[in-house]
Structures are given as C-alpha cells and as structure tokens.
Design a protein around this ligand. Structure first.
Ligand code: URA
Length: 243
C-alpha cells in the first residue's frame, strides 16, 4: 500500500506537491469516491482518477547494475555528470536503491517500486551488503573486533558487521578486506575504516543479499528475474515477521 499522492506522482502525471493540491481540492477519485485525505493508502488494485483522467500505473521493474567508477548515483546531476540512470535504457521513472559513491563500483539495484526500495534500504530489514575494500596497512586483531562490534561514526555506533581479511600485500602495504553490513549510512564503509585510521583506496560492493555481479561487466545491467524479485520479497517479509 502506498500513499495516494506518491502513486499519482510516480505515474508521471505531475509532481508530488501538485498531486497533494489535487487531492485536497477534491479532484481525485479512488474507485469512484472522492478522496481528500493526504495520507490515504492505495494498492495496485485501486482505480485512481485525477481530474477525470485515469492514471496509468507503471509496471514495476527491477534492475541490477554493475556500477562503474565515475558515475553518480542520483536520478539527475546539476553538474551534468553521468548518472546511473543514464546507463539504463528504460523510459520508466526508475531510481537507485540506496547509494554508491562516485568512485565506488559494483552491485546497485534500481527500480520504480518505491515501497520495495524503502524496505531494501531500511536497516531493520537487515539485508546483507557485502563490500570489498582495499585499504592501506594491515588490520590489527583489535581493529577487526572493533569493526565487528561497531565503531562510532558521528556519535552513533554502527551495528554488528562481519569482517574477513581476504589478502594482505606486504610489498604495497595494503589489504583486501570483506565487510558485510546491513546499514547504508553515507560513506559508511569508508568512515568505518577511517574511524580506525585506515584509508579506503578502492571500494566495490560485491553482493546485496544473494545478488552478485556474475555475468555483468562494469557498466552492464540486467533485469532481475521474477523469481529473484519474489525471493527478495520473501527475505523482506521474513525479517518483518521475525521482529
Ligand atoms: N560505503 C561507502 O563508504 N561508500 C559507498 O559507496 C558505499 C558504502
């Protein structure tokens, strides 16, 4: 179920603000009844008519992109930089599920399904995100424990993480570390390492839940299969019902 103004805005008919105005001025009908309440929730089965025009609900689409470096994770950029949306040929109003930094590569989901996107991003749903970071130096056992238990970023402790050192390179004095988290705070991985004095030199998201980069070169994308989408919905529901 989604808020009426959101569904109207997502249909591409008008902005969310204008949709709110149309609702409060009595121009919107749901299943033949005028609705003026802004919080009114509708599902895919409701017929919504705005100013006499039935809205077209877009089919839901779900993409998995192997994000390259040097592309920004927004729907448009005021500095004219290339966005992840530019990489996908689809006229629907899709947007990224969460963010990867300009210089971060790897798994990024994109969709026009707002509810799904919010659920995937919400830390309470504990969807695993697996990052591979190349850092300077070698993690001490104490720092590994700190990362696992949570470090303080902006006065807030990060939740429990899984940490695995995949490789150390004595010549370049760098390490490759796998970090699994389910939060998605801004620059979280970089900040987790920098809180302990390490710099992230390269960062890639290797996996979200069971979705990895298999078969996708940098910049390539594919639609999720219906089976994958239902599997994600099952995961989200399991988390919800176990709370
Ligand atoms: N954490 C970061 O620091 N950057 C990203 O792009 C993703 C997670």
């Amino acid at each position: 179920m989604e808020r009426l103004q959101k569904v109207i805005a997502e249909s591409g008919m008008t902005s969310r603000r204008k949709a709110e105005g149309l609702i409060t001025s009595g121009k919107v009908k749901v299943d033949g009844k005028v609705i003026t309440e802004l919080g009114f929730k509708v599902s895919d089965n409701n017929e919504i008519v705005v100013d006499g025009v039935k809205i077209n609900k877009e089919d839901k689409v779900y993409y998995l992109l192997n994000k390259p470096r040097g592309v920004i994770t927004t729907t448009n950029d005021d500095k004219g930089r290339k966005t992840v949306i530019d990489l996908i040929s689809d006229d629907k109003r899709i947007y990224p599920v969460g963010r990867l930094d300009y210089d971060t590569t790897g798994v990024l989901l994109l969709t026009n399904d707002g509810e799904f996107a919010n659920n995937m991003m919400h830390p309470k749903n504990e969807i695993d995100k697996v990052y591979i970071a190349k850092i300077n130096g070698f993690l001490t056992p104490k720092d590994i424990i700190a990362l696992k238990n949570g470090v303080i970023i902006d006065n807030v402790k990060t939740s429990k993480a899984r940490v695995k050192v995949r490789k150390v390179d004595k010549d370049t004095h760098t390490s490759i570390v796998e970090l699994t988290i389910h939060e998605g705070r801004n620059h979280q991985v970089k900040n987790m390492f920098s809180s302990l004095g390490y710099e992230v030199l390269k960062l890639k998201r290797e996996r979200i839940a069971f979705l990895d980069l298999k078969g996708l070169n940098s910049g390539e994308y594919r639609r999720l299969t219906p089976k994958e989408v239902s599997k994600l919905y099952v995961l989200l529901n399991e988390k919800k019902s176990s709370k």
